[in-house]
Design a protein around this ligand. Structure first.
Ligand code: IFM
Length: 479
């Protein structure tokens, strides 16, 4: 079939130069790469428990060893340097820092991240540290997890500890990564740790994560002696609608998935339509006086994670459902109670990545422009974008991941177009530096620009990594 796309629609830009000051980085997360799960005082997180529960993670995979980054940190730092990364976004494993309910601080955990930060700075790479990328200490989940307000007390204290330990050197602090996943996948849909199926708990988790974000920002600001930037990373739903009621379906999911976080964090209020839509699930009685002011701390940069779009339609709860993609469908999805009708996530046109997610670079441009219109004063940073594909190792040992390079090229083109349209976009972090533990998919899905052989843990820079190195060197997107 002849393509109807014009070269501009194709998003395969060439000769696009990124402005000076634009930061090129790559990202990982603690549980996905570190391993050393029971070493140097670390205790289990909810992901250790979840991955060891039969049937929860593909193939029974766990993060016990992962990429063994904990022991190979120097090699990985050299790899980042060889790629020319200007910044590295990593997360800190809370159960390495405060391993027990007693609250005692584990110096070995702090030392590990301190060494990582120093190693980055020695190589001229800016450290971008996330406090929470889903590895909640199990002892906190046992006491209620994110449904308990006490978890926000513990998070504030953890933020104080990290601000004191690293706040002289970290370039950017990020409080939370994708609280949407923590709340809705963890407590509502159950596909992520701790695996609970409780709609009211999911909304209470939304609020406590928002509150934890605000309290952590206060604690980080009070303890950091350097001049860091402060941020949070959200994964936005870029929505398309289908059928009668498309606009209503999109409005509902936008409220649940996007505005439930941007409302309190950036405007100091929960959207009225969100409260109405969810009235049959909760009365939001867990929101206390003063919480919204605490949550709405200023941030220097808003982290944006983007992979694909999502298509929704109203569903009567009776007729056969269309495909409901596990990742995208869980924000409200077919199981979400509300008014008289549910919202269903439906199949989208391809092409797809190995995750089954549609490749839609125009969604990234649209999202960045839309956020900059909604929050004109807010600088933005793409803190995650990338793709899983079925990589193969060629006879010469190389990984010719043409599809991933093409995906990245199209999304960098989208980011560049957003900048041309006036968006204050400060940088872009490719997900991920390394193939790693992809949550419920275990090691079956590879997102890295560096291959990890999970038998001998050897690292091989893929062709996409070489392409990215050239982009960073020249600051220019080429074919
Ligand atoms: O691997 C995850 C990451 O931990 C959070 N954002 C999405 C990525 C791909 O699924």
């Amino acid at each position: 079939m002849t393509s109807l796309l014009t070269p501009r629609d194709d998003y395969r830009g060439s000769g696009l130069v990124f402005p000076d000051g634009f930061t090129f980085g790559s990202a990982t997360a603690s549980y996905q790469i570190e391993g050393a799960a029971a070493e140097d005082g670390r205790t289990p997180s909810i992901w250790d428990t979840f991955s060891k529960t039969p049937g929860r993670v593909w193939n029974g995979d766990t993060g016990d060893v992962a990429c063994d980054h904990y022991h190979r940190v120097d090699e990985d730092l050299d790899l980042m340097s060889d790629l020319g990364l200007e910044a590295y976004r990593f997360s800190i494993a809370w159960p390495r820092i405060v391993p027990a309910a007693s609250g005692e601080v584990n110096q070995a955990g702090i030392d590990f991240y301190s060494r990582l930060v120093d190693g980055l700075l020695e190589r001229g790479i800016r450290p971008v540290a996330t406090l929470y990328h889903w590895d909640l200490p199990q002892y906190l989940e046992d006491a209620g997890g994110w449904t308990s307000r006490a978890t926000t007390d513990a998070f504030e204290r953890y933020a104080e500890i990290m601000g004191t330990a690293l706040g002289d050197r970290v370039h950017t602090w990020t409080t939370l990564n994708e609280p949407w996943c923590s709340a809705y996948l963890g407590y509502g849909q159950g596909g992520h740790a701790p695996g609970r199926h409780e709609p009211a708990s999911a909304l209470s988790a939304v609020h406590h994560l928002n509150l934890a974000h605000g309290r952590a920002l206060q604690a980080l600001r009070a303890t950091s002696t350097g001049d860091p930037d402060y941020s949070v990373t959200l994964n936005f739903h870029v929505l398309r609608g289908q059928g009668d009621g498309a606009a209503e379906a999109m409005r509902r999911i936008d409220a649940l998935a996007n505005r439930a976080f941007t409302g309190p964090m950036l405007r100091g209020e929960y959207p009225a339509d969100l409260l109405e839509d969810t009235a049959s699930v909760t009365d939001w009685g867990f929101v206390q006086d003063g919480d919204l002011a605490t949550i709405a701390q200023p941030i220097d940069v808003l982290g944006v994670n983007y992979y694909s779009t999502a298509t929704v339609r109203l569903w009567d709860g009776v007729s056969p459902k269309q495909q409901n993609d596990g990742h995208k469908g869980a924000a409200g999805g077919t199981a979400w109670p509300g008014s008289d009708q549910l919202v269903e996530f439906v199949e989208q046109p391809g092409p797809y990545t190995a995750m089954g997610w549609n490749i839609a670079p125009e969604g990234l441009e649209e999202l960045l422009v839309s956020l900059s219109e909604q929050f004109p004063e807010q600088a933005l940073m793409v803190t995650e974008n990338g793709a899983a594909f079925e990589d193969e190792v060629a006879a010469d040992g190389a990984v010719h991941d043409v599809e991933r390079t093409d995906y990245l090229r199209r999304h960098f083109t989208a980011a560049h177009r957003a900048i041309e349209r006036g968006v204050d976009l400060r940088g872009y972090f490719v997900w991920s530096l390394l193939d790693n533990f992809e949550w419920g998919y275990g090691y079956a899905k590879r997102f890295g620009i560096v291959r990890v052989d999970f038998d001998d843990l050897a690292r091989t820079v893929k062709d996409s990594g070489l392409w990215y190195r050239e982009l960073i060197r020249t600051r220019t997107v080429e074919g």
